[in-house]
Design a protein around this ligand. Sequence first.
Ligand code: BTN
Length: 264
Amino acid sequence: MTGPADAGGRGGAALPTGWRLHAFDTVGSTNDEAKSLARAGAPHGTLVTARIQESGRGRRGRSWSSPEGNLFLSAVLRPEAPAARAAQLSFAAAVALAECLGAFLPVGITIAAKWPNDVLLEGAKVAGILLEAESGDGQGGWVVLGVGVNCRHHPEDAPYPATSLAAHGAVSPVPGLVLRAFVDRLDHWIVRWTREGFEPVRRAWLGWAVGIGGPVTVRLDRETLEGRFADLDTDGALLLELPGGVRRRIHAGDVHFGTGVGGS
Ligand code: BTN
């Protein structure tokens, strides 16, 4: 690990009040750096970014391609809520990403949110979110919200088709600019979630969501289910309507649109 390289950030607009950036050059994973800072008492709003991640992590034990030119950001958050509810912040982050990315893109590019926490451009994944918590279920704990945005590069061999801002004609897909635009919206949504609960976040997420009401295949650890994506439940679970009408709440899994696509 090298750094911190630049505690003030690399140009662009200021961060909202209460956010502080630790910018590193090369790290294993910004989530690991942020977790170390959280364990050492770093306050809510501590941000960690890096130019390169050598072992970036994705959801479900996957690796996250992390070349220079993309955004790797982790935020220490200390919500006054149990860990189960704090997981809703990943939906707030998905909404914040969906809202901010349009400013970097030509008009007409379709931005969408895919359950649970992916952001898509024209149907391909441009950003992912990894929320990690270690401090149990008590109040006053912390979570680390990790966000990766493919600004200039995207992997060709990802389990889901991937893309980047640059591939869609973004004019200035600069990680530092995307970071500031994102944190601005994230700050807004965390304030609303804290004051009003999950419902406004849920409604906003549904406004960006793709696939609601349609057929989906959901891959879980030990089984693959096919059904209809009936709704996003009031706690963020995917409500899957199985053939026959029984509804099942899904808390973690991989979603593919359509049926008969559970193999990849
Ligand atoms: C996913 O869609 O699988 C989640 C990807 C999360 C990647 C980000 S990059 C910054 C932070 N550090 C990591 O190691 N992972 C997250």
